[in-house]
Design a protein around this ligand. Structure first.
Ligand SMILES: *Cc1c(COP(=O)(O)O)cnc(C)c1O
Length: 377
């Protein structure tokens, strides 16, 4: 169906951060399947874990336990710092947010607060949380009782959130909106408001999670602990895998029969997730990602034509002085670099966390040439 427009590139192969199309052209992949191929393409840690699992036991359904699902849940529990956290596995970001939405109904409250410009997925519930009129409007009526507030506006949050608010849901950085970072202390202040009203603070870390920002889920730099975390994208290392993690007392809101999915917690997807986390930890990729952020921001600051660089870690929105992002994206593609332009003035990069210094330099070099050319028409 023509839901995406017609792609012009037909990719057939990938290794690390390089992908190859059907004609044999290769590209440096600076988008990583939209923040998803977190260890790049065909990473041996992922392929060997997946091969081993698919040739042993591919699927069991949720009538049966499998060691991988348990191990991965325990691993995620560790990463949240809450030994009592519980995990619901699903297959995508939208599904993780659907699960959060349903969980919030179990508080016996039904009002929800989300933010303008946010992206939480395309299914009807997740779309109802999404704060982008262009994506929502054709599909109304959506769920009622959801308010969208300006992202970063603490006063609006204080006014809107009451003891009748079931959940506030936020991205630590709005990814699809163009990598928008809220003012410092925003998450901390929202945390305080949610504490005062007994409201679930849900962090949608679908894009910012799994080490992308130099921290596991993208909220840690504010020193807060949310009540619910949703993740997907990078979690499966390229396989469809999502999770909704509930912390503290909220971990026990769902009762047997409340929610489910056939594929969620699939042994193969979980094997991939475990391999991903294990590799990130073993190679200390979180510190590498922070160093890469500094390097990229310092290097990009020396280029002309750039207004500012937003984001954290390896999720950066390069804001151009002129509205030529679509042209820059196309020129980069011609020059063998894949990026995305979430708007007419922003180039987004979200490469694999293990991208090499040489590849980052290659990107910067070609980007500077393309920017110069685009600026001179
Ligand atoms: C991509 C994304 C989603 C939706 O994930 P899907 O796997 O496409 O359903 C939800 N929230 C955020 C923040 C995302 O970036």
């Amino acid at each position: 169906m023509p839901t995406y427009g017609q792609p012009t590139i037909n990719l057939v192969k990938g290794k690390g951060c390089v992908v190859t199309d059907a004609q044999g052209n290769s590209y440096l992949d600076m988008l990583g399947g939209i923040a998803t191929n977190i260890l790049g393409h065909a990473h041996p840690a992922v392929t060997s874990a997946v091969k081993k699992q698919i040739s042993t036991l591919g699927h069991v359904s949720n009538f049966y336990m499998h060691p991988n699902v348990l191990k991965l849940a325990e691993k995620l529990q560790d990463l949240t710092g809450d030994k009592g956290a519980k995990v619901f596995f699903c297959n995508s970001g939208a599904e993780a947010n659907e699960a959060a939405l349903k969980l919030s109904r179990r508080t016996n409250r039904s009002q929800i607060v989300a933010t303008e410009g946010s992206f939480h997925g395309r299914t009807m519930g997740a779309l109802s949380l999404t704060g982008q009129p262009a994506k929502r409007d054709p599909f109304k009526p959506l769920l009622s009782g959801i308010k969208h507030l300006p992202f970063g506006d603490v006063a609006a949050m204080r006014r809107a959130v009451t003891t009748r608010t079931a959940m506030v849901i936020l991205e630590p950085i709005q990814g699809e909106a163009g990598v928008i970072t809220p003012p410092a202390r925003y998450l901390r202040q929202v945390r305080e408001i949610c504490d005062a009203t007994g409201t679930i603070m849900a962090i949608d870390a679908v894009q910012t999670g799994m080490g992308r920002t130099g921290e596991w889920f993208g909220y840690e730099h504010e020193g807060i602990r949310p009540d619910v975390i949703t993740i997907a994208k990078g979690l499966g290392g390229g396989l469809p895998l999502g999770a909704m993690i509930a912390l503290g007392d909220y971990a026990d809101l769902f009762k047997p029969g409340d929610h489910g999915t056939t594929f969620g917690g699939n042994p193969v997807a979980c094997a991939s997730g475990l391999a991903v986390i294990d590799y990130i930890e073993k190679k200390d990729l979180l510190s590498k990602v922070s160093r890469d952020e500094t390097f990229l921001k310092e290097s990009l600051a020396t280029l002309s034509g750039i207004k500012l660089v937003r984001g954290r870690g390896l999720l950066l929105g390069i804001v151009l002085k002129r509205k030529i992002a679509f042209e820059v994206r196309d020129r980069l593609e011609d020059a063998g670099i894949l990026v995305n332009a979430p708007s007419s003035s922003v180039i987004r990069i979200a490469p694999a966390l293990n991208i090499s210094q040489r590849e980052l330099k290659q990107f910067l070099l070609i980007f500077s040439v393309v920017l110069r050319k685009a600026h001179h028409g």
